[in-house]
Write a protein that binds this ligand. Structure first.
Ligand SMILES: CC(=O)N[C@H]1[C@@H](OP(=O)(O)OP(=O)(O)OC[C@H]2O[C@@H](n3ccc(=O)[nH]c3=O)[C@H](O)[C@@H]2O)O[C@H](CO)[C@@H](O)[C@@H]1O
Ligand SMILES: C=C(OP(=O)(O)O)C(=O)O
Length: 430
């Protein structure tokens, strides 16, 4: 079994560069299916397991997908297959994002229904309501959801919740629909803006991305385009927390302050020094961290994808902090693992109460989801002794070379394949 072994106590310093955003590249690759002419060139792609998975989904759908370093070239000019089977959707829920493009291009899409996952039940009802409003017939049968429409028509769609995935799927369906679509109470995340920019460069007409209302005028045809993915704000935020917890001084290159305003505000409240520099954000950790309360919200609120990393930091802060998770109903599985590292955390419904500071202690812990994996490693940076983090498949979905990047900043960290090697490395480091 693979593990990351980290020995706490090192202050991080230096410069780290963030990759392109995983959560921007997945919808952009799904949108490349809309181009019936020309190839799309997508740059600054983080080469993660999720990116391979969406690449496999596209190949299965009869698109050409080529990886050249951090660039992906997609050729979707042939007729497409319309079915995404469970083997892909099970690996990665974001596979459902091909549905809007397939429906718009082929008039039909059949995608395995994603199950629940470690952070909640995650239904796709809002995606489907949007397709139905545009005239699609939707049915759920034998574990698949199937949508079909001879021709999608533009519609006014109000989302009960500003779902990121529903906004993206509806945008992709609407760009080739007949007439105007208005999506109200839509998601405002930077990844929505990135998708809109890509769609517009393919020939679509999308306005208002980044606000609560998106307007789309359908076009006849879309073309391959050249697009560079935005920097990953969650990877950036993760390194900001890693710098803060170790009392370090790290420049996070490529981090965009406007994408991280809520994270910056909370870190500053905790007495972390944040300096916006020309090439990124510098984070200087204090000797003592102050407790703060956090409530996760849709953007520009505090991102749920930073909740577990902040939990690691709040465990080390002086005083009582309360985290309230409003986006996912069950995103606290990591709290149990933090307890094993000697932290005082109580879960009360949708909130957790953290009494700090605790001196974290190294332990063997298991990642329960992608961000929990990063959070446990961050906790290990501050813990006494060795922390061993298992279930790294979660980490690999969203972080490229995480341990190597941390090591380049001075962390004492190894990734090992089996117990024998682990013993050797532990001895080398002690
Ligand atoms: C690949 C990707 O970009 N993933 C991100 C995306 O996930 P994703 O797009 O799945 O997240 P959503 O914004 O759709 O989900 C937010 C909430 O809405 C609920 N919901 C969503 C759709 C729906 O049809 N019905 C419904 O009830 C979900 O169960 C959840 O409670 O946004 C989340 C919220 O910022 C992030 O944590 C994920 O990292
Ligand atoms: C929850 C996440 O991703 P996904 O929606 O792909 O599960 C995440 O990026 O933290």
């Amino acid at each position: 079994m693979e593990k990351i072994i980290v020995r706490g106590g090192k202050r991080l310093s230096g410069t780290v560069k963030v990759e392109g955003a995983k959560n921007a590249v997945l919808p952009v690759i799904a949108a490349s299916l809309l181009a019936s002419e020309g190839k799309s060139i997508i740059r600054d792609v983080p080469i993660l397991s999720d990116v391979y998975t969406i690449g496999e989904v596209l190949r299965h759908l009869n698109a050409g997908v080529e990886f050249v370093d951090k660039t992906i070239i997609v050729d979707a000019s042939e007729d497409l297959n319309v079915e995404a089977p469970f083997e892909y959707v099970r690996k990665m829920r974001a596979s459902v994002l091909v549905m809007g493009s397939l429906l718009a291009r082929q008039g039909r899409a059949r995608v395995a229904l994603p199950g629940g996952c470690a952070i909640g039940s995650r239904p796709i009802d809002l995606h489907l309501k949007g397709f139905e409003a545009m005239g699609a017939k939707v049915k759920v049968e034998n574990g698949f959801v199937e949508a079909s429409a001879d021709k999608l028509r533009g519609a006014k769609i109000y989302l009960d919740f500003p779902s990121v995935g529903a906004t993206q799927n509806i945008m992709m369906a609407a760009v080739l629909a007949e007439g105007s679509t208005v999506i109200e109470n839509c998601a405002k995340e930077p990844e929505i803006v990135d998708l809109a920019n890509y769609l517009n460069s393919m020939g679509a007409y999308v306005r208002g991305a980044g606000t609560g209302t998106i307007r789309i005028e359908g076009v006849e045809k879309m073309y391959g385009a050249d697009h560079t993915i935005i920097p990953d704000r969650i990877e950036a935020g993760t390194f900001m927390v890693a710098a803060a917890i170790t009392g370090g001084n790290v420049l996070i290159q490529g981090a965009v302050p406007e994408h991280l305003s809520s994270v910056i505000a909370k870190l500053e409240e905790m007495d972390v020094t944040i300096i916006e520099e020309e090439t990124g954000i510098r984070v200087i950790g204090p000797d003592k961290l102050k407790a703060v309360d956090i409530k996760t919200m849709p953007h520009p609120g505090f991102p749920t994808d930073m909740q577990s990393q902040m939990m690691a930091l709040l465990v080390c802060a002086e005083g009582t902090s309360i985290i309230t998770e409003t986006v996912f109903e069950n995103r606290y599985m990591h709290a149990e693992e933090f307890r094993r590292m000697n932290s005082d955390i109580k879960i009360e419904g949708r909130s957790v109460i953290i009494n700090g500071p605790s001196q974290l202690q190294g332990a063997e812990v298991a990642a329960t989801d992608l961000r929990a994996a990063a959070a446990l490693i961050i906790a290990g940076l501050k813990a006494d002794g060795y922390t061993r983090v298992t279930e790294l498949k979660h980490l690999d979905r969203g972080y490229l070379d995480f341990h190597l990047k941390l090591r380049s900043l001075g962390a004492d960290i190894e990734r090992v394949k089996d117990l024998t090697v682990e013993t050797e490395i532990v001895e080398t480091n002690s």
